[in-house]
Design a protein around this ligand. Structure first.
Ligand SMILES: [Zn+2]
Length: 65
């Protein structure tokens, strides 16, 4: 779905603060590193899109600094 950037409410694996993650993958499974908007620590983001057309599932992990 080009041009569609869903937002997912999640929480930082470092500081535990909730934030809204913008999933910017053009509908493809992806993994990338994004800094936490609260504590600025690097977060490894893994995005998986379900086959039923629902919203993306995201998994966050502490990335190596
Ligand atoms: Zn954080």
């Amino acid at each position: 779905m080009p041009g569609f950037t869903p937002e997912v409410r999640t929480a930082c694996p470092h500081c535990g603060e909730p934030f809204t993650l913008r999933v910017d993958t053009d509908g493809a499974d992806a993994a990338y590193v994004e800094d936490c908007p609260v504590c600025c620590a690097p977060i490894e983001v893994a995005v998986r899109w379900p086959l039923d057309g629902g919203g993306p599932a995201v998994e966050l992990r502490q990335a190596d600094a």
